[in-house]
Design a protein around this ligand. Structure first.
Ligand SMILES: Cc1cc2nc3c(=O)[nH]c(=O)nc-3n(C[C@H](O)[C@H](O)[C@H](O)COP(=O)(O)OP(=O)(O)OC[C@H]3O[C@@H](n4cnc5c(N)ncnc54)[C@H](O)[C@@H]3O)c2cc1C
Length: 433
C-alpha cells in the first residue's frame, strides 16, 4: 500500500485543515492508502548567528503542549504523530525511504528557509505538495494579483474592504484518517520530553495554566471565553495598548502562530460575537489587526527572500550597524532605560510581550542603540511564544524603516511612551526585577 507523509509545520491542528482534509477523504469516503503524520523539531542545540539558541525555553514548552494536543486528537482517530529530531530534510528523506513513501503533503510557507526545505526535498526526488492555508483569504479572492499587492498596509486593507469578499467558512475538523504505515518500524510519540513550566504569575499569557496551554482545545476554549464576553471584544480598541494582565488584548497569537487555531476559525468566532453582541469599534479593530497579519503573509508571497536582505525592501538603505555589547544588554534588560528594561525582562521571563512594548523595545534597539534589526528579530524568534515568521520579520522591517512603512520607519520616543502608557509606573515596578 502506498504511504503519504503529512508534514505538520505551522498548522498544528485538525480543525480547518484543507490539505489534510483533502488527503483523508473525498465525498465523505476515506481515501485508500496509509498516512503518517509527522512533525520535525528544530534541533534544540541550534544557535543563531548572534550566539543564542534558536528556540528558547518558553516557545519549546508551549509547542510541547500544542504537539501533545495534536497527538491526542490524532489518537482519537486511530492515528499518531511521529516527531522527528534529525535535521528536517534529512529526517524526512530517511523516513520516506523507511516507509516507502514518495509523497509529502504540507503547508506552504513563503519564507526563505522554509522554502529551501521544500526545494531540498524535491531535489532529493520526493513529490512535495505544499498548500497555502494560513491566511484568511485564498489567493483567488484577492482583488489584485499577488505581484500587484499594495506594499502599504492601509492600501491593502482599503482595497480588500472595498470588495464584498469575506473569508470563507472554516472547514470542520478532519473526522477520519487513513491508517498508519505498517512497514518501517515507525515509533510515534514525543521525542522532546515535557518540561515542567515554572511559570511567572505576572505573565500576560500564563501558558503554565491549562487554559492558556498551546493545544487547539485550549485555544478554542480561550477564544470562546474572549468572544462570549460582552465586555472584552467591544472594549478591545481602548484596551489594546495595555501592558498588564491577560485581557487587554485577545492573546490569540500563540495559537495562531503554531496553527493550533486557524485565522478563519478566529474570524468565524468574531462574526459570531458580532451577531450576539453587535458590532463595535473593538470588534472592528480585531479584524483590523488580523488584516495586519494577513498583509505580512501576502507581502512574503510577493517579495519572498528580498524581505530578508540586510536592507530589506529599501534598495538605498545602508547595511545596519551593530553593537554586540549594547545588544547583549538589551537582551538581558540592562540598557539603563527602565521602561525598555521592564519590557525585555517580561519577554525573557514569560515569552510574551504586548504589541506596545514590542514596538518600544524594537525601536530602542534599532534607533537608540544602533543595532542590527536582524539580531532583534532573531532574539524575538528565540523568545516569543507566538513567534510567527511573517509577522516578526514584517514588524521588524517596518520599525527599522526597511519594510513597508510609508514614513520610512518608526522611532518611538521611549520617555514619551513610558509617560503615556505607564504614567503611574506600575509596569516598570512590576518588571523591575
Ligand atoms: C517588533 C515586533 C515583532 C512582532 N512579532 C510577532 C510575532 O512573531 N508573532 C506575532 O503573532 N505577532 C508579532 N507581532 C505583532 C503583535 O505584537 C502581536 O501579534 C500581538 O501583540 C499578539 O497579541 P494578541 O494576540 O493579544 O494580539 P491582539 O492585539 O489581540 O491582535 C489580534 C491578532 O491580530 C494579529 N496582530 C495584531 N497586531 C499585529 C501586528 N502588528 N502584526 C501582525 N499581526 C498582528 C495577531 O495575529 C493577533 O493575535 C510583532 C510586533 C512587533 C512590533
Amino acid at each position: 500500500m502506498s504511504a503519504i507523509i503529512y508534514w505538520f509545520r505551522n498548522d498544528l491542528r485538525l480543525d480547518d485543515q484543507p490539505a489534510l482534509t483533502e488527503l483523508s477523504s473525498a465525498n465523505g469516503e476515506l481515501l485508500p492508502g496509509e498516512l503518517l503524520p509527522v512533525y520535525c523539531h528544530v534541533d534544540p542545540n541550534e544557535q543563531t548567528r548572534w550566539g543564542f539558541p534558536r528556540v528558547g525555553v518558553h516557545r519549546r514548552r508551549l509547542l510541547r503542549s500544542a504537539l501533545d494536543g495534536l497527538d491526542a486528537e490524532l489518537q482519537l482517530r486511530g492515528s499518531r504523530l511521529l516527531e522527528v529530531e534529525a535535521p528536517t530534510v534529512a529526517g524526512l528523506i530517511e523516513l520516506c525511504q523507511r516507509i516507502g513513501a514518495e509523497r509529502i503533503v504540507c503547508e506552504d510557507i513563503a519564507a526563505p528557509e522554509e522554502q529551501a526545505e521544500v526545494d531540498a526535498l524535491r531535489a532529493a526526488g520526493l513529490e512535495v505538495h505544499s498548500h497555502w492555508q494560513s491566511t484568511l483569504f485564498a489567493e483567488s479572492q484577492l482583488p489584485f494579483a499577488v505581484d500587484k499587492l499594495p506594499d502599504q498596509y492601509t492600501r491593502f486593507r482599503v482595497a480588500l474592504e472595498r470588495t464584498d469578499v469575506l473569508p470563507t467558512d472554516p472547514l470542520p475538523p478532519v473526522e477520519h484518517l487513513p491508517p498508519l504505515p505498517t512497514s518501517g518500524e515507525v515509533n510515534t510519540g514525543q521525542v522532546q520530553p515535557s518540561e515542567a513550566a515554572d511559570g511567572d504569575e505576572r505573565s500576560a499569557f500564563p501558558y503554565f495554566r491549562a487554559e492558556f496551554a498551546g493545544s487547539t482545545q485550549a485555544g478554542m476554549a480561550h477564544m470562546r471565553r474572549y468572544f462570549d464576553s460582552s465586555l472584552l471584544a467591544p472594549t478591545y480598541k481602548s484596551t489594546r495598548n495595555g501592558l498588564i494582565g491577560t485581557d487587554y488584548s485577545t492573546k490569540l497569537s500563540p495559537w495562531l502562530a503554531s496553527g493550533a487555531l486557524s485565522a478563519r476559525r478566529v474570524y468565524a468566532a468574531l462574526v459570531e460575537h458580532e451577531r450576539a453582541h453587535g458590532r463595535s469599534d473593538g470588534s472592528y479593530w480585531i479584524w483590523f489587526e488580523l488584516l495586519w497579519r494577513e498583509h505580512f503573509r501576502w507581502l512574503h508571497r510577493k517579495h519572498g527572500p528580498t524581505l530578508y536582505r540586510a536592507r530589506g525592501l529599501r534598495r538605498q538603505a545602508a547595511t545596519p550597524e551593530h553593537d554586540p555589547q549594547a545588544f547583549q544588554r538589551w537582551c538581558e534588560g540592562r540598557t539603563g532605560h527602565a521602561f525598555v528594561d521592564a519590557g525585555m525582562r517580561e519577554l525573557a521571563a514569560t515569552g510574551y510581550l504586548s504589541n506596545r512594548m514590542r514596538q518600544v523595545v524594537a525601536s530602542y534597539l534599532v534607533h537608540e542603540l544602533k543595532c542590527d534589526y536582524r539580531a532583534g528579530a532573531a532574539w524575538f524568534e528565540s523568545q516569543l511564544i507566538d513567534y510567527d515568521v511573517y509577522s516578526n520579520q514584517g514588524n521588524w522591517l517596518y520599525i527599522a524603516g526597511r519594510g513597508t512603512d510609508p514614513r520610512g520607519g518608526r522611532r518611538f520616543n521611549p520617555d514619551n511612551q513610558a509617560d503615556h502608557y505607564d504614567a503611574d509606573g506600575r509596569y516598570r515596578e512590576l518588571w523591575s526585577r
